[in-house]
Design a protein around this ligand. Structure first.
Ligand code: FAD
Length: 316
């Protein structure tokens, strides 16, 4: 029922302006959002990053926003990132040469979905952000969005890597194409975040069955871990975490040649447990007031998240 009815409904609602107006108007929702989002302001995000670093974790910071259809809004997003990078540059030890801080970008927030020249505009904006990131020694990873953007996103990543070879990107195991993309991006210098995928995708391009997605994730993990790049294993799933840890135990990868990644507010105890084992773990820290799409995708991921949300909305 959750997978076949509620999950698709929540993912459809994540792109509905009407549902967005209702959900974001609720005070109870705004309180709950704080479980998954570090805050609305840059200062709150930077404070969350500092606290994570105190606990031995690395961080990737995402200024929330997506599907921008207004060039001014895309430019404003670039300004936010420039301001964030300046603030991150002030944190002591931010430019750690081994494992720097990172920002995550959604190209659709930078103009990729603009009707005219969206691809070129997103590339120009991302290039600007990478230039500022390089100046303060912070990494950039380009998030993966729905499958209609994958070709454009990977083309932008390839172009950025000509000037900034450390730029990373995300591959989604639920897409049928991803095993091939993992092979293409498993070479030296490549940084790939492997996740299952969070959007609603049709059967022509994506596995629909959870077991098939999991099997694909394990095949992709094997390709990346056997390759010469730097895999970023983004999951909360014990099976996937164990598969990656197996490479460590067998001596096929050392702890400094890959990292785990998890989302802010999810499995915090497991994040800390992994750090205590000596593994490298990066927490993805979203902030900003455009949290609606991100929040709805989190609700769609897990019945427990949705139940928590519905309980909080119940009067009395
Ligand atoms: P799921 O399949 O959701 O869950 C599998 C199992 O994990 C569960 O059965 C349970 O045992 C355990 N588990 C999961 N959550 C919890 C919890 N809260 N508490 C206890 N146990 C739990 N998606 C994109 O499409 N594009 C991106 O750019 C992107 N970036 C991401 C970055 C990071 C750092 C992470 C962690 C995820 C990202 N995602 C992205 C989201 C990703 O695609 C998945 O939707 C999300 O991670 C859920 O999948 P999962 O692998 O964690 O496990």
């Amino acid at each position: 029922m959750f997978t076949t009815v509620l999950r698709p409904a929540l993912l459809a609602a994540s792109r509905s302006p009407r549902v967005q107006r209702t959900v974001t108007a609720s005070a109870a929702t705004r309180k709950l959002v704080r479980r998954f989002v570090a805050g609305e302001s840059e200062a709150q995000a930077v404070a969350a990053v500092a606290a994570l670093r105190e606990s031995g974790r690395f961080a990737s910071i995402d200024y929330l926003g997506e599907d921008t259809t207004d060039i001014e809004q895309a430019r404003a997003t670039v300004s936010q990132y420039l301001s964030l990078l300046a603030a991150l540059g002030e944190l002591p030890g931010s430019a750690d040469a081994v494992r720097p801080l990172e920002v995550s970008l959604k190209l659709s927030a930078l103009g990729q979905s603009l009707p005219r020249d969206g691809h070129a505009i997103a590339l120009e904006h991302a290039h600007k952000i990478c230039t500022a990131a390089a100046a303060v020694g912070v990494w950039v990873t380009i998030d993966a969005e729905d499958h209609t953007t994958t070709d454009s996103t990977l083309a932008v990543v390839r172009a950025l890597r000509e000037d900034f070879p450390w730029v990373g990107t995300v591959l989604q195991a639920y897409l049928l194409r991803t095993e091939g993309d993992c092979r293409d991006f498993s070479g030296a210098g490549s940084r790939i975040r492997l996740c299952k995928g969070a959007y609603r995708e049709p059967a022509e391009v994506a596995y629909q069955d959870r077991d098939e997605v999991d099997a694909s994730y394990l095949r992709c993990l094997e390709i990346l871990m056997r390759g010469d790049g730097y895999p970023m294993i983004a999951t909360h799933d014990p099976v996937m975490l164990e598969a990656a840890t197996g490479f460590l135990r067998a001596g096929r990868r050392t702890a400094d040649r890959f990292e785990f990644q998890m989302l802010y507010g999810i499995r915090d105890d497991e994040q800390q447990r992994l750090v205590a084992t000596g593994a490298h773990l990066r927490t993805y820290v979203p902030y900003g007031d455009q949290w609606y799409g991100y929040f709805m995708r989190r609700l769609a991921e897990r019945p427990a998240n949705l139940a928590f949300f519905l309980r909080a909305l119940r009067p009395g």
